[in-house]
Design a protein around this ligand. Sequence first.
Ligand code: PHE
Length: 518
Amino acid sequence: MEKQKKGNGFVGGIGFILAAAGSAVGLGNLWSFPYKTSQNGGAAFVFVYIFSVIVLGSIVMIAEIYLGKRAQANPVTAYKKAEKNLGWLGLFSIIIPFLIICYYAVLGGYTVKFTMNSFSDNSKVLQTFSGNIGEVILYTGIFLILAVIVVTAGVQNGIEKASKILMPVLFLILVAIVIYCLCLGNGVKEGLDYYLNPDFKALGFKGVLAAMGQAFYSLSLGMGIMVSYGSYTGKNVNVGKSAVWIAFFDTLVALLAGLAIFPAIYHYQAETGIALQNNGIVLMFSSLPIVFKTLGVAGNVVSFFFFGMVTIAALTSVISLLEVVTQFLIQKYSLNRKRAIAIVGAVTFLISVPIGISLGFALTGKEGMTIAGKNWLDFFDLVSNTVLMPVCAFGSCVAIGWFAFKGKNAKEALSSNYLCSRLDEEGLKLGKFGKVFSFMVKYVTPLLIAVIEVFGVIDVVFPSEGENRVFSASGLAIVLTAYAILVASIAVYFLFLKNKETGLNEDELKKTMQIEEE
Ligand code: PHE
């Protein structure tokens, strides 16, 4: 029990890597990655994606983990420690996960349903299930409760332990499914051809942006998660190496998912002559079940493991989202963990109800339940991921690149070599890579993120219709909502948080020790 007394963070470096990878590996890898690849020129998209993971993702990942690690505290305190006037970024980066939980839990509920229903016919379930409000709410609740249980047990005894079991299980299932799919015979070659041959025309500028955005989302960046998880690391964790492992593992899972899904889809096409729709929710919850059905009993088993794997991936992601919000409540409002997670779980569950209903409307073709012309899920997704997330990732780079270690004069302030030596002194030891990191985090990465933000916003406000772009009032409403959230977090921060204590990891530890002593 020695170790537990010493801290409330991750016991080991591997535990941290697996937990962070657990957050990163999610629906984004197993589902958005393959369908975005299919829409944007196959391997061309994959190239840009990998490039973005290396050039943008790993840099922001290091910045965020380090922000947390040096502060040993929730994101508000962590950004504050880098620069007092930037503490609002922390608040902001807690609001984003909060929004994401609300819709992610609904999708998580779908994955639980499809896992449990694998031995009956899943191929038509999407229609009936999504429209059955009571059932959707039930499964969303089940999924959230599973995640809440893990977070309640704490970082060491809950998140770290669960990740150490769940992530290897996920990986083994995935590898087995890939092997199975590659052995399907008919269509496998066509599927692989499609996946592995780059079509740069189909990629275009839009595809490049999509790949960059996908890299951020998939690595769970720009939403406080890596800051929060990073805060639970100590001397036992090397930030640079861990970031590389997390990014590697996340990308590997995405690539493997493609290796399973494309052959499966093309196999079906070869057998039946019918092409399946390759978009979004339909791909995962309708097309794949149809493929599984054609495989007979083996298909049921594959379906069970496949959706079980997706459930695990979604679960470890929601766990990380919950932890960010919970950590802040514990530290800022001196709540105990149980109470904090109960509040977060209950509120997000309530918000997930209308999202679940709205998604059901959209999937069953019913009118109504939209905000700004979108179903609630798309609305939440666009607000949080397209508009807000890049702002936060940008902020992480700027906080480390420009504010945490201000130089004494203009020359030092502008010099990335100066930043590099300061980081090194302060314990972010990146070796040969230090100079590159410093230059990237200061100049290149924030610039590219700004491009992603600007074009992301343009795309929402002026979506393309055929060749042309048309103004969309609902798109504008979405963007304005997002920026209103941004402005509100800035206001709340300066009014209520800037000059107040916002808590440290230690606070939770002290409190639990007090309780144990009593
Ligand atoms: N990175 C996760 C995925 O790939 C998604 C996620 C986003 C998880 C944000 C947590 C926070 O699906």
